[in-house]
Design a protein around this ligand. Structure first.
Ligand SMILES: C[S@@+](CC[C@H](N)C(=O)[O-])C[C@H]1O[C@@H](n2cnc3c(N)ncnc32)[C@H](O)[C@@H]1O
Length: 345
Protein backbone atom coordinates (compact mmCIF):
# COMPACT_ATOMS: atom_id res chain seq x y z
CA UNK A 1 0.00 0.00 0.00
CA UNK A 2 2.93 2.30 -0.68
CA UNK A 3 1.83 5.94 -0.87
CA UNK A 4 2.82 7.62 -4.13
CA UNK A 5 2.33 11.38 -3.83
CA UNK A 6 1.89 13.72 -6.76
CA UNK A 7 4.56 16.30 -7.47
CA UNK A 8 3.42 19.00 -5.04
CA UNK A 9 2.75 16.57 -2.22
CA UNK A 10 6.10 14.90 -2.69
CA UNK A 11 7.85 18.28 -2.61
CA UNK A 12 6.05 19.27 0.63
CA UNK A 13 6.74 15.98 2.40
CA UNK A 14 10.37 15.94 1.30
CA UNK A 15 10.74 19.53 2.45
CA UNK A 16 9.52 18.65 5.95
CA UNK A 17 11.80 15.63 6.21
CA UNK A 18 14.82 17.50 4.84
CA UNK A 19 14.17 20.46 7.09
CA UNK A 20 14.50 18.12 10.10
CA UNK A 21 17.73 16.72 8.69
CA UNK A 22 19.00 20.20 7.88
CA UNK A 23 18.42 21.35 11.45
CA UNK A 24 21.21 19.08 12.72
CA UNK A 25 23.79 21.89 12.87
CA UNK A 26 21.31 24.20 14.62
CA UNK A 27 20.53 21.49 17.17
CA UNK A 28 24.26 21.06 17.77
CA UNK A 29 24.59 24.78 18.45
CA UNK A 30 21.62 24.67 20.84
CA UNK A 31 23.36 21.91 22.78
CA UNK A 32 26.57 23.97 22.94
CA UNK A 33 24.60 27.02 24.12
CA UNK A 34 22.77 24.86 26.65
CA UNK A 35 26.03 23.56 28.09
CA UNK A 36 27.24 27.10 28.77
CA UNK A 37 23.85 28.51 29.82
CA UNK A 38 23.13 25.66 32.26
CA UNK A 39 26.52 24.49 33.57
CA UNK A 40 25.03 22.89 36.71
CA UNK A 41 22.17 20.77 35.38
CA UNK A 42 21.97 18.91 38.71
CA UNK A 43 20.91 22.16 40.41
CA UNK A 44 17.83 22.58 38.19
CA UNK A 45 14.39 22.51 39.85
CA UNK A 46 12.69 19.17 40.51
CA UNK A 47 9.35 20.61 39.43
CA UNK A 48 9.19 20.22 35.65
CA UNK A 49 7.36 23.48 34.93
CA UNK A 50 9.85 25.42 37.03
CA UNK A 51 12.70 23.58 35.34
CA UNK A 52 11.32 24.47 31.92
CA UNK A 53 11.10 28.14 32.88
CA UNK A 54 14.70 28.04 34.18
CA UNK A 55 16.18 26.38 31.09
CA UNK A 56 14.14 28.32 28.54
CA UNK A 57 15.06 31.55 30.34
CA UNK A 58 18.76 30.68 30.35
CA UNK A 59 18.60 29.83 26.64
CA UNK A 60 16.68 32.92 25.58
CA UNK A 61 19.78 34.83 24.32
CA UNK A 62 20.64 31.90 22.01
CA UNK A 63 19.76 32.57 18.36
CA UNK A 64 20.04 28.85 17.57
CA UNK A 65 17.49 28.09 20.29
CA UNK A 66 15.00 30.63 18.94
CA UNK A 67 15.36 29.22 15.40
CA UNK A 68 14.98 25.69 16.67
CA UNK A 69 11.82 26.57 18.62
CA UNK A 70 10.32 28.36 15.63
CA UNK A 71 11.03 25.52 13.22
CA UNK A 72 9.83 22.92 15.74
CA UNK A 73 6.55 24.77 16.22
CA UNK A 74 6.06 25.16 12.48
CA UNK A 75 6.76 21.48 11.82
CA UNK A 76 4.39 20.37 14.57
CA UNK A 77 1.60 22.47 13.09
CA UNK A 78 2.25 21.67 9.47
CA UNK A 79 3.15 17.99 9.22
CA UNK A 80 -0.45 16.79 9.50
CA UNK A 81 -1.71 19.43 7.09
CA UNK A 82 0.95 18.63 4.50
CA UNK A 83 0.13 14.94 4.83
CA UNK A 84 -3.56 15.68 4.25
CA UNK A 85 -2.84 17.90 1.27
CA UNK A 86 -0.60 15.30 -0.33
CA UNK A 87 -3.36 12.73 0.21
CA UNK A 88 -6.01 15.02 -1.30
CA UNK A 89 -3.99 15.32 -4.51
CA UNK A 90 -4.24 11.58 -5.21
CA UNK A 91 -7.42 10.78 -3.29
CA UNK A 92 -9.55 10.08 -6.37
CA UNK A 93 -7.09 7.44 -7.56
CA UNK A 94 -6.71 5.86 -4.14
CA UNK A 95 -10.37 5.85 -3.08
CA UNK A 96 -11.53 2.72 -4.99
CA UNK A 97 -8.51 0.71 -3.79
CA UNK A 98 -8.99 1.77 -0.18
CA UNK A 99 -12.73 1.11 -0.25
CA UNK A 100 -12.22 -2.35 -1.73
CA UNK A 101 -9.55 -3.21 0.83
CA UNK A 102 -11.75 -2.12 3.70
CA UNK A 103 -14.75 -4.15 2.69
CA UNK A 104 -13.35 -7.36 1.27
CA UNK A 105 -12.43 -9.24 4.49
CA UNK A 106 -11.26 -11.47 6.11
CA UNK A 107 -10.60 -8.86 8.84
CA UNK A 108 -13.54 -7.59 10.88
CA UNK A 109 -14.00 -4.20 12.52
CA UNK A 110 -16.51 -3.61 15.31
CA UNK A 111 -17.11 0.13 15.94
CA UNK A 112 -18.01 1.51 19.36
CA UNK A 113 -21.57 0.64 20.40
CA UNK A 114 -24.14 3.36 19.83
CA UNK A 115 -24.57 5.47 22.92
CA UNK A 116 -21.03 4.77 24.17
CA UNK A 117 -18.60 7.65 24.02
CA UNK A 118 -14.83 8.04 24.02
CA UNK A 119 -13.18 8.59 27.44
CA UNK A 120 -12.72 12.20 28.60
CA UNK A 121 -8.92 12.00 28.48
CA UNK A 122 -9.10 11.24 24.73
CA UNK A 123 -12.13 13.11 23.42
CA UNK A 124 -11.39 16.46 21.79
CA UNK A 125 -7.64 16.18 22.38
CA UNK A 126 -5.51 17.15 19.42
CA UNK A 127 -3.02 14.27 19.79
CA UNK A 128 0.20 14.78 17.80
CA UNK A 129 -1.21 18.19 16.86
CA UNK A 130 -2.61 16.55 13.78
CA UNK A 131 -5.51 18.90 13.01
CA UNK A 132 -8.56 17.38 14.73
CA UNK A 133 -6.73 14.62 16.60
CA UNK A 134 -6.83 10.95 15.66
CA UNK A 135 -10.26 10.84 14.04
CA UNK A 136 -11.06 14.16 12.35
CA UNK A 137 -10.47 13.31 8.67
CA UNK A 138 -12.38 10.37 7.13
CA UNK A 139 -9.09 8.94 5.87
CA UNK A 140 -7.01 9.86 8.92
CA UNK A 141 -5.95 6.22 9.39
CA UNK A 142 -4.38 6.07 5.96
CA UNK A 143 -2.91 9.56 6.34
CA UNK A 144 -1.36 8.74 9.70
CA UNK A 145 -0.25 5.18 8.97
CA UNK A 146 1.02 5.51 5.42
CA UNK A 147 1.99 9.17 5.05
CA UNK A 148 2.99 10.53 8.46
CA UNK A 149 4.42 7.30 9.77
CA UNK A 150 5.81 5.44 6.79
CA UNK A 151 6.67 8.44 4.61
CA UNK A 152 7.93 10.93 7.21
CA UNK A 153 8.78 9.22 10.52
CA UNK A 154 10.40 6.23 8.87
CA UNK A 155 12.49 8.50 6.63
CA UNK A 156 13.98 10.04 9.77
CA UNK A 157 14.51 6.69 11.54
CA UNK A 158 15.17 4.38 8.58
CA UNK A 159 14.19 0.79 9.32
CA UNK A 160 14.29 1.46 13.03
CA UNK A 161 10.66 1.99 13.87
CA UNK A 162 9.50 -1.21 12.20
CA UNK A 163 12.51 -3.27 13.26
CA UNK A 164 11.72 -2.27 16.85
CA UNK A 165 8.19 -3.57 16.57
CA UNK A 166 9.36 -6.90 15.12
CA UNK A 167 12.02 -7.27 17.83
CA UNK A 168 9.45 -6.58 20.53
CA UNK A 169 6.99 -9.09 19.08
CA UNK A 170 9.73 -11.72 18.83
CA UNK A 171 10.80 -11.14 22.44
CA UNK A 172 7.71 -12.82 23.88
CA UNK A 173 8.80 -15.95 25.74
CA UNK A 174 6.94 -18.59 23.72
CA UNK A 175 7.35 -19.66 20.10
CA UNK A 176 3.59 -20.01 19.64
CA UNK A 177 0.54 -18.23 20.94
CA UNK A 178 -3.08 -19.16 20.48
CA UNK A 179 -4.80 -15.76 20.89
CA UNK A 180 -3.06 -12.39 21.08
CA UNK A 181 -4.48 -8.98 22.04
CA UNK A 182 -2.76 -5.84 20.73
CA UNK A 183 -3.78 -2.89 22.92
CA UNK A 184 -3.69 0.45 21.07
CA UNK A 185 -3.39 -1.31 17.72
CA UNK A 186 -3.90 1.95 15.80
CA UNK A 187 -3.23 1.45 12.07
CA UNK A 188 -1.79 -2.01 12.68
CA UNK A 189 1.97 -1.51 12.53
CA UNK A 190 2.70 -3.57 15.67
CA UNK A 191 -0.24 -5.89 14.97
CA UNK A 192 1.49 -6.73 11.71
CA UNK A 193 4.71 -7.60 13.57
CA UNK A 194 2.73 -9.84 15.96
CA UNK A 195 0.97 -11.59 13.08
CA UNK A 196 4.20 -12.17 11.18
CA UNK A 197 5.93 -13.50 14.30
CA UNK A 198 3.04 -15.77 15.31
CA UNK A 199 1.39 -16.63 11.97
CA UNK A 200 -0.98 -19.21 13.51
CA UNK A 201 -2.28 -16.97 16.27
CA UNK A 202 -5.72 -15.40 16.28
CA UNK A 203 -5.12 -11.65 16.47
CA UNK A 204 -7.42 -9.18 18.20
CA UNK A 205 -6.77 -5.42 18.34
CA UNK A 206 -8.40 -2.62 20.32
CA UNK A 207 -8.05 1.11 19.83
CA UNK A 208 -10.13 4.21 20.55
CA UNK A 209 -9.67 5.59 17.04
CA UNK A 210 -12.11 4.31 14.45
CA UNK A 211 -10.16 5.92 11.63
CA UNK A 212 -6.95 4.19 12.69
CA UNK A 213 -8.72 0.83 12.97
CA UNK A 214 -10.25 1.26 9.54
CA UNK A 215 -6.77 1.44 8.16
CA UNK A 216 -5.65 -1.56 10.22
CA UNK A 217 -8.55 -3.42 8.63
CA UNK A 218 -7.30 -2.48 5.15
CA UNK A 219 -3.79 -3.63 6.03
CA UNK A 220 -5.09 -6.96 7.34
CA UNK A 221 -7.30 -7.51 4.31
CA UNK A 222 -4.45 -6.69 1.94
CA UNK A 223 -2.51 -9.58 3.54
CA UNK A 224 -5.46 -11.93 4.00
CA UNK A 225 -5.23 -11.73 7.82
CA UNK A 226 -8.45 -12.26 9.79
CA UNK A 227 -7.79 -9.66 12.50
CA UNK A 228 -10.69 -8.82 14.82
CA UNK A 229 -10.57 -5.11 15.51
CA UNK A 230 -12.65 -3.38 18.15
CA UNK A 231 -13.10 0.31 18.86
CA UNK A 232 -12.86 -0.15 22.60
CA UNK A 233 -10.68 1.22 25.41
CA UNK A 234 -7.77 -1.01 26.42
CA UNK A 235 -8.76 -0.53 30.08
CA UNK A 236 -12.27 -1.88 29.53
CA UNK A 237 -12.35 -4.23 26.55
CA UNK A 238 -15.43 -6.24 27.42
CA UNK A 239 -13.72 -9.48 26.34
CA UNK A 240 -14.11 -12.68 28.31
CA UNK A 241 -11.69 -13.21 31.21
CA UNK A 242 -8.73 -15.56 30.61
CA UNK A 243 -9.35 -15.59 26.85
CA UNK A 244 -5.82 -14.60 25.66
CA UNK A 245 -2.37 -16.11 26.13
CA UNK A 246 -0.47 -12.93 25.13
CA UNK A 247 -1.48 -9.31 25.74
CA UNK A 248 0.89 -6.75 24.23
CA UNK A 249 1.17 -3.09 23.34
CA UNK A 250 3.64 -0.91 21.47
CA UNK A 251 3.92 2.74 22.60
CA UNK A 252 0.32 3.07 23.78
CA UNK A 253 0.76 4.07 27.41
CA UNK A 254 2.11 7.62 26.99
CA UNK A 255 -1.24 8.55 25.45
CA UNK A 256 -3.19 7.83 28.62
CA UNK A 257 -3.18 9.21 32.18
CA UNK A 258 -1.58 7.28 35.06
CA UNK A 259 -4.81 5.99 36.66
CA UNK A 260 -5.93 4.63 33.29
CA UNK A 261 -2.53 2.97 32.77
CA UNK A 262 -3.12 1.10 36.04
CA UNK A 263 -6.52 0.05 34.74
CA UNK A 264 -4.92 -1.14 31.46
CA UNK A 265 -2.55 -3.46 33.37
CA UNK A 266 -5.44 -4.73 35.49
CA UNK A 267 -7.43 -5.44 32.33
CA UNK A 268 -4.47 -7.25 30.73
CA UNK A 269 -4.23 -9.39 33.88
CA UNK A 270 -7.94 -10.22 33.79
CA UNK A 271 -7.82 -11.13 30.09
CA UNK A 272 -4.84 -13.47 30.34
CA UNK A 273 -5.25 -17.14 31.05
CA UNK A 274 -3.11 -18.39 33.97
CA UNK A 275 0.48 -18.62 32.73
CA UNK A 276 -0.22 -16.07 29.98
CA UNK A 277 2.34 -13.41 29.03
CA UNK A 278 2.16 -9.60 29.08
CA UNK A 279 4.51 -7.27 27.18
CA UNK A 280 3.91 -3.52 27.26
CA UNK A 281 6.28 -1.00 25.76
CA UNK A 282 6.38 2.75 25.97
CA UNK A 283 8.52 5.86 25.76
CA UNK A 284 11.69 6.40 27.82
CA UNK A 285 11.07 6.70 31.56
CA UNK A 286 11.96 10.02 33.12
CA UNK A 287 13.67 8.04 35.92
CA UNK A 288 16.18 6.77 33.33
CA UNK A 289 17.21 10.25 32.16
CA UNK A 290 19.21 13.11 33.63
CA UNK A 291 17.51 16.42 34.36
CA UNK A 292 18.28 18.01 31.00
CA UNK A 293 17.16 14.94 29.05
CA UNK A 294 13.86 15.00 30.96
CA UNK A 295 13.51 18.69 30.15
CA UNK A 296 14.08 17.96 26.41
CA UNK A 297 11.61 15.07 26.38
CA UNK A 298 8.98 16.96 28.35
CA UNK A 299 9.19 20.07 26.20
CA UNK A 300 9.16 17.94 23.03
CA UNK A 301 6.06 16.11 24.25
CA UNK A 302 4.22 19.38 24.84
CA UNK A 303 5.27 20.74 21.45
CA UNK A 304 4.21 17.48 19.82
CA UNK A 305 0.70 17.38 21.32
CA UNK A 306 1.12 14.69 23.99
CA UNK A 307 -0.92 15.83 27.02
CA UNK A 308 -0.45 12.64 29.08
CA UNK A 309 3.24 11.97 28.31
CA UNK A 310 4.64 13.54 31.50
CA UNK A 311 2.32 11.63 33.80
CA UNK A 312 2.93 8.40 31.95
CA UNK A 313 6.71 8.71 31.56
CA UNK A 314 6.98 9.45 35.30
CA UNK A 315 5.37 6.11 36.21
CA UNK A 316 7.31 3.05 37.35
CA UNK A 317 5.71 0.50 35.03
CA UNK A 318 7.28 -2.52 36.75
CA UNK A 319 5.59 -1.48 39.97
CA UNK A 320 2.29 -0.94 38.18
CA UNK A 321 2.58 -4.44 36.67
CA UNK A 322 3.32 -6.06 40.07
CA UNK A 323 0.42 -4.19 41.68
CA UNK A 324 -1.84 -5.58 38.95
CA UNK A 325 -0.81 -9.11 40.02
CA UNK A 326 1.86 -9.99 37.45
CA UNK A 327 4.77 -12.24 38.45
CA UNK A 328 8.33 -12.40 37.09
CA UNK A 329 8.11 -8.71 36.19
CA UNK A 330 11.10 -7.26 34.36
CA UNK A 331 11.35 -3.69 33.03
CA UNK A 332 14.21 -2.78 30.71
CA UNK A 333 15.27 -0.73 27.71
CA UNK A 334 15.37 2.95 26.97
CA UNK A 335 13.25 3.31 23.82
CA UNK A 336 11.07 1.50 23.86
CA UNK A 337 11.01 0.89 27.57
CA UNK A 338 9.55 -2.60 27.90
CA UNK A 339 7.83 -4.22 30.86
CA UNK A 340 7.10 -7.94 30.83
CA UNK A 341 5.29 -10.20 33.22
CA UNK A 342 3.36 -13.43 33.55
CA UNK A 343 0.01 -14.18 35.10
CA UNK A 344 0.71 -16.77 37.81
CA UNK A 345 -0.68 -20.29 37.25
C1 LIG B 1 1.19 5.80 19.34
S1 LIG B 1 -0.22 4.99 18.82
C2 LIG B 1 0.13 3.26 18.92
C3 LIG B 1 0.97 2.77 17.85
C4 LIG B 1 0.70 1.37 17.39
N1 LIG B 1 0.69 0.39 18.44
C5 LIG B 1 1.75 1.09 16.34
O1 LIG B 1 2.48 0.11 16.46
O2 LIG B 1 1.85 1.89 15.41
C6 LIG B 1 -1.30 5.07 20.19
C7 LIG B 1 -2.68 4.55 19.86
O3 LIG B 1 -3.34 4.30 21.10
C8 LIG B 1 -4.69 4.62 20.95
N2 LIG B 1 -5.24 4.78 22.29
C9 LIG B 1 -5.08 5.81 23.14
N3 LIG B 1 -5.68 5.53 24.30
C10 LIG B 1 -6.22 4.29 24.18
C11 LIG B 1 -6.98 3.45 25.05
N4 LIG B 1 -7.29 3.82 26.27
N5 LIG B 1 -7.38 2.26 24.58
C12 LIG B 1 -7.07 1.86 23.34
N6 LIG B 1 -6.36 2.61 22.49
C13 LIG B 1 -5.94 3.81 22.89
C14 LIG B 1 -4.70 5.85 20.07
O4 LIG B 1 -5.95 6.01 19.46
C15 LIG B 1 -3.57 5.50 19.10
O5 LIG B 1 -4.07 4.87 17.96
Amino acid sequence: MTFRPAQRGRASLDFLVNLTRGMKAVRGQVEADLASAVPEAGALAEDLDQRDAQVAGALSPSGAWRVSELVGEWQSRMHGLYARESFAEVEDDLAPVLERLQSKGPARLVPRAQGDSAPDYWRGVNFHRTAGGWDDHPMQGYIHGEIVHRRMVEALFPGGIFRQRRALAASAPRAHYRRILDMGASTGHFTEALQETYPDAEIVGVDLSLRALEHAERVANAHGWAWQLYQRPAEDTGFESESFDLVASYILLHEIPADVIRAVFAEAFRLLEPGGDMIMSDVTRYADMDKLAVWRADRGARLGGEPHWRESASLDLARVAREAGFADVVAEGIYPHVVRGRKPQ
